[in-house]
Design a protein around this ligand. Structure first.
Ligand SMILES: Nc1ncnc2c1ncn2[C@@H]1O[C@H](COP(=O)(O)OP(=O)(O)OP(=O)(O)O)[C@@H](O)[C@H]1O
Ligand SMILES: [Mg+2]
Length: 232
């Protein structure tokens, strides 16, 4: 579904990603790990059209999408759930969710997707009229993921959903990411540590200083297994 082939990304003169390649199959859940500042968010942003790629190719369903803007990629089903969550603080939970469904394809599925989000996160149903700024960290993360689902995502690029959550909530949060994958949505998931990802993903890439330095198949996760895997 997603093929990233030898991409280079710069912030002005600063060369962040060095010939990065990875693939994500239809229905797969793939992880991306690496330390702070090594380029994980930049890679997700490049996939979603939020930072430009200087060389290399990004294909989605076989189509080169490098030069498409973010809205065009969202229309194809590529959706980014930011580490910073980017909620509208003075809007309610429901309004934030509905804003995720602004494109025609998503608008058509608005009612069923809202049911799906509320089934996945019953807390959001209970708190649908509450202002987003008053949510706890865990609830805010649920809302960010829920809004991504409202966009009729086919590939959800999720950036550190466990960031700032207590350890018991991290487990629950990643459990819901797995359920999203089980619903048939393909996942590219960034976390800092492998230990957090075992239950969710089938394969993991490690990024170090902007380069992919390893790829490992995970045991026990659903989805396809990597063919040739070197240790992460
Ligand atoms: N808009 C920007 N302008 C200039 N440099 C940037 C910009 N965004 C990120 N960087 C730099 O690019 C590098 C990679 O950042 P990135 O956010 O991709 O890392 P990360 O792996 O996601 O880190 P973290 O785990 O802390 O979220 C860092 O050195 C960062 O300071
Ligand atoms: Mg990051």
């Amino acid at each position: 579904m997603l093929e990233v082939d030898g991409i280079d990304v710069y912030y002005d003169d600063f060369h962040v990603l060095h010939s990065v390649s990875l693939t994500v199959g239809h229905g797969e859940a793939v992880g991306l790990i690496g330390a702070n500042g090594h380029g994980k968010s930049t890679l997700l942003k490049a996939v979603c059209g939020l930072v430009p790629v200087r060389s290399g190719t990004i294909r989605f369903d076989g189509e080169v999408v490098n030069r498409l803007g973010t809205p065009a990629r969202v229309r194809r089903g590529i959706v980014y759930v930011a580490e910073e969550r980017h909620l509208f603080p003075d809007m309610s939970v429901l309004e934030n969710l509905l804003l995720g469904a602004y494109l025609p394809r998503a608008r058509k599925e608005k009612v069923s997707n809202l049911e799906l989000v509320f089934d996945l996160y019953p807390k959001l149903r209970d708190r649908r009229n509450q202002m987003a700024r008053t949510l706890s960290g865990g609830e805010a993360q649920m809302l960010a993921l829920g809004r991504g689902l409202m966009s009729a995502a086919r590939l959800l690029a999720v950036d550190e959903p466990s960031f700032g959550l207590a350890p018991n909530l991290v487990h629950d949060m990643l459990g819901t990411v797995r359920r999203v994958n089980e619903m048939g949505i393909t996942i590219l998931l960034v976390e800092q540590h492998l230990a957090q990802l075992g239950q969710v993903i089938s394969r993991v890439y490690r990024l170090e200083e902007g380069e992919i330095v390893g790829e490992t198949a995970m045991d026990g996760a659903r989805g396809r297994k990597a063919s040739a895997a070197s240790p992460v």
